[in-house]
Design a protein around this ligand. Structure first.
Ligand code: ZN
Length: 149
């Protein structure tokens, strides 16, 4: 079931990389966090426990696969997995590659951006550009892995 008022029912929520009848994997197209990926359940459900046990397993399997491919392809210092739904109460997981020199580290990416001097900002920009160049390979690996499950 879809909701007429829900943005994740009415729009893909990003660039769709892969989907099946249950869920879709999207590139969040986040300027500060290239590689930021979301796994979005297709039906309008709010909580993990709204899913059957088999559906929960399917969703988590894909979330973990995305994490695995991010680690292999982007080599982040850390991967953040998060499911909030406070703003958009439609079940989705954030899979966010993190680096110790990213603008928020070690805070959540949703925290206020701390002040950084120009040298630090330049280093952050250089790393973002490097990750941006890896995105095509990351997305191809994701599709290959997801096609095989
Ligand atoms: Zn929805």
């Amino acid at each position: 079931m879809l909701s007429a008022k829900c943005p994740l029912c009415q729009t893909p929520g990003g660039t769709v990389l892969w989907q099946n009848q249950y869920l879709r994997v999207i590139d969040a197209c986040d300027q500060l966090y290239p590689g930021f990926t979301r796994v979005i359940w297709m039906a309008h459900v709010v909580e993990m426990t709204d899913l059957s046990a088999a559906e929960q397993a399917e969703l988590l399997r894909v979330v973990l696969l995305v994490e695995q491919v991010q680690r292999a392809e982007l080599k982040p210092d850390k991967v953040n997995l998060a499911a909030f739904g406070n703003v958009v109460p439609h079940l989705h997981w954030h899979v966010i590659p993190r680096w110790q020199d990213d603008p928020h580290f070690p805070q959540a990416v949703w925290a206020a951006v701390p002040h950084a001097d120009l040298k630090t900002q330049a280093a952050q920009e250089a790393r973002r550009a490097r990750v941006q160049q890896q995105l095509t390979a990351y997305h191809q690996a994701l599709v290959t892995q997801l096609d095989s499950i």
